[in-house]
Design a protein around this ligand. Sequence first.
Ligand SMILES: Nc1ncnc2c1ncn2[C@@H]1O[C@H](COP(=O)(O)OP(=O)(O)OP(=O)(O)O)[C@@H](O)[C@H]1O
Ligand SMILES: [Mg+2]
Length: 312
Amino acid sequence: MPTEPVPGQPAPAREFLRVEGLTKVYPGATEPVFEDLNFSIGRGEFVCIIGHSGCGKTTILNVLAGLERASAGNVIMDNREIAGPSLDRGVVFQGHALMPWLTVRRNIAFAVKSRWPDWSAAQVDAQVMRFVEMVGLGAAIDKKPSQLSGGMKQRVGVARAFAIQPKMLLLDEPFGALDALTRGTIQDELLRICAQTQQTVFMITHDVDEAILLADAILLMSNGPRARVAEVVRNPLPRSRQRGTLHHEPLFYAVRNHLADFLISRSAMLCDGRAPAIPAEVRPGIDTIAATVVDPASAAGGPERPALHRVA
Ligand SMILES: Nc1ncnc2c1ncn2[C@@H]1O[C@H](COP(=O)(O)OP(=O)(O)OP(=O)(O)O)[C@@H](O)[C@H]1O
Ligand SMILES: [Mg+2]
């Protein structure tokens, strides 16, 4: 979503990923889960997607990962169409998806060796250690998944995705099962790594505050069937935002209320293909959009782009 510069924000990113007309109908289903999704992600951007349970977020992520085929539309990453899984994309699944017969060390080493087949055992082990330490699991490195708690397994999944240093990280509610303290530590680490490496991230979350802390842009999904990316919220808070002081940022509540209002009312109003196919971009507290007050009957008319009105 390359866009105009915003004070306190980095320069607009070059486009890295483009999703055009993406539609998914599962076999046997009569209606698409989502239909005609259009959005893009800039290189080095952190994008979160929020929407109600069942609207199709995981399905989108699986299509981006190359694990699921769309029924229509295209996904272009780095000028190439995504046609299957690749180590260019590191995925943290909603379930942890670890190999149960391997220890933490060997689960992660397996991914690292696949990524860098020429690395020595010492290089692989150093990379594994670095990311296991990052998620605070040094003491459990030689345990198997069955010996770990749900949150610990989720952290192994996070470490494995980071350890292959992919071009794009795809995270499906990666911190959902974690206690608040661990979640905060990993969020901070994620922000640090992203700032250092210009990592491009697509992350599903149900946590509005997490999205405001982490994301440069937040995709709001309307409810299914025929869900859409109804709106792109550009985070107007400076990228230097910190977890402890986020709620003191002048625009924090404008963003938070905008996201909550969407989830409470507009996501349902815009269900069944009523959202525009080309989402409007909005910066809460700075801009507002026609879609925020649109009459659902008129919204059903078609995929035209809603007008962006500057109010401040
Ligand atoms: N393999 C499948 N076959 C048939 N239908 C599926 C399949 N996977 C998902 N669905 C259906 O597609 C819809 C979207 O599922 P998806 O898992 O993408 O939603 P989600 O937005 O990630 O939900 P949640 O927030 O609960 O994780 C749901 O109605 C689900 O039942
Ligand atoms: Mg899901």
